[in-house]
Design a protein around this ligand. Sequence first.
Ligand SMILES: [Zn+2]
Length: 288
Amino acid sequence: MLQATRLINALTIDVEDYFQVSAFAPHIARTEWDQRECRVERNMDRILGLLARHQIQATFFTLGWIAERYPQLVRRIVEEGHELASHGYGHQRASDLSRDEFRDDVTRAKALLEDIGGQAVWGYRAPSFSIGDANLWALDVLQEAGYRYSSSIYPVRHDHYGSPDAPRFAHQVRPGLMEVPPTTLRLFSRNLPSSGGGYFRLFPYALSRWMLRQVNQRDGESAIFYMHPWEIDPQQPRIPGVSLKTRFRHYVNIDRTEQRLDRLLSDFAWGRMDEIFLRERAPEVSVA
Ligand SMILES: [Zn+2]
């Protein structure tokens, strides 16, 4: 690969468990979360091990709900040189919350993560990329809450999320607040989701790699890749009663993801969101 194309891409992990996925929300009440078998620790252990072997530092958008129950996991993320960021507290879509409810959720998550991790939390990713044209006020709230970037507006057309006409690359959306959208590839006058998640499991690996290379080489931009700990866990308990479409999206090629991720980490240069887009690392904060 040409030297000029060795852009650093951002590796991001949304730290949540398999039963907190939005598509399962109609089947699992939040009040049942505490009774479910948690698998996030063992899956995170494998992901952190993989990153250590590749000597890669990444950004972890972590749920407050998870941080509260697994504080040692949050501390390990920070100790191993990664960026600790926020996925909100309770994994409610921003588009389902009032302004006050959203403020409470993102403020609570930020304070909790900073308390436990001892690192300033600058980044936020909305559950299911649920910021779009109808709730851009959420960006004002994030800015007021002290966040410095969001990675929440996916410029694609999808049945659960997306703002197909939103900008494709990092840009200032409010004074002191940047939006860093998940990566898309512009093809046939459409934005193709090229950022990971379910598409990374669905598409052949070579296609995912080609799309990211196009973004690096043709657009000259860093890509943002995202995944979840449950995506490398073929043994996770199956949720009964979900539709065929949801089942397919959640489980497709789940037994191949870890191996593909290993290749992806070798095939590109990876780093933290704050270092790539803000050009500085979130500092330590004193823990009360
Ligand atoms: Zn999520």
